[in-house]
Write a protein that binds this ligand. Structure first.
Ligand code: NAP
Length: 308
């Protein structure tokens, strides 16, 4: 059985990874990764680092100077960190964002496990393979871009992007269409057109803050505009990347309409598993990480605390 020794008392030789973002106090990544290190009895530690904009370059240099193995990067630094790194992987370049830094003998490499983590969540948590799928994607921000690119690489046939700001949906559709054989189209909030693409889709992905607890009156209790619950159909797989509350309004509507559900924590879990593999070169103990994540989310929901 794994002991708590390494986490309670990392040795002087411990390998350090961490999270660079602002704020980071709400993050569930430390509990997920430290549970994984403990389960595998690894002398590693994952620490959260709140880093304001003006300190980002010094914090990134710190990863190198302190001999850290790497770091996750989160809001608001995922794009700003790119010019501070020595190189980026194809996944990071295609997403235009970095969520994982790997430190290789003095060189800092930027990677992105968000998109592939989302695709893994479809496969592992719902048994859904996006190859050949018609997708409707609500939102065109940073998370939507990583997801759309990864879905294109996973063989999705068509991605319809629905966004309040149509120009942003158009830009993302053009970016996605450059990723290979996928076709992409942009939509605003025209109800008839959106109802049509939802009716025709195999997979619906929701990446706006709609439904987020503590997100304010625009979001709390809401479906992503202009979606109506009765547009959802039984053949649809519904993935909501919001995970506070655990049962978002979209998840509830999807369950009521007989859809297959992919919960929002799935992306968080599998992007974390991807980072773990990049840093350690070992398989991630996904079951341990899932249990730690869900335990923390349950506690958080019980205390009605918002998180992201
Ligand atoms: P972002 O880049 O700021 O994009 C936000 C998106 O939401 C944009 O498409 C924006 O539309 C739309 N939006 C914002 N306010 C809106 C409103 N009042 N009405 C309609 N649409 C609105 O944010 P992000 O980084 O992509 O994150 C989006 C959400 O995903 C957040 O809730 C975040 O917590 C969640 N997330 C979850 C995970 C996970 O692991 N599960 C990972 C990353 C993010 P416009 O273009 O019109 O502004």
């Amino acid at each position: 059985m794994a002991s708590d020794r390494r986490i309670d008392m990392p040795s002087g030789d411990a390998t350090i990874v961490g999270l660079i973002g602002y704020p980071v106090a709400h993050s569930l990544s430390p509990v997920m990764h430290n549970s994984a290190f403990r389960a595998l009895d690894m002398d590693w530690l994952y620490a959260p680092f709140p880093v304001a904009d003006e300190s980002l370059s010094r914090a990134v240099e710190g990863v190198r100077a302190l001999g850290m193995r790497g770091a996750n990067v989160t809001i608001p630094h995922k794009e700003a960190v790119i010019p501070l790194l020595d190189e980026c992987t194809d996944a990071a370049r295609a997403a235009g964002a970095v969520n994982t830094i790997v430190h290789e003998r003095g060189r800092l490499i930027g990677d992105n496990t968000d998109g592939i983590g989302f695709v893994r969540s479809l496969q592992v948590e719902a048994g859904f393979d996006p190859e050949g799928a018609r997708v409707v994607l609500f939102g065109a921000g940073g998370a939507a871009k990583a997801i759309a690119v990864a879905l294109a690489h996973a063989g999705a046939e068509h991605i319809a992007i629905v966004n309040r700001t149509v120009a942003r949906a158009e830009t993302l559709a053009a970016d996605v269409a450059r990723q290979g054989t996928v076709a992409a189209a942009a939509f605003g909030f025209d109800e008839a057109s959106v109802q049509n693409v939802v009716g025709d889709a195999h997979l619906l992905v929701q990446t706006t803050p709609a439904g987020m607890a503590g997100g304010g009156p625009h979001f709390e209790g809401m479906l992503p505009a202009p979606l109506q619950p009765d547009w959802l159909h039984e053949e649809l797989v519904v993935a909501d990347i919001v995970y506070t509350p655990l049962e978002t309004p979209l998840v509830k509507a999807g369950v009521a309409r007989g859809c297959t559900i992919v919960p929002g924590w799935g992306m968080l879990l599998h992007q974390g598993a991807g980072s773990f593999v990049r840093w350690t070169g070992r398989s991630a103990p996904v079951d341990v990480m899932r249990e730690a994540l869900l335990r923390s989310l349950d506690v958080r929901t019980a205390h009605d605390v918002d998180g992201d």
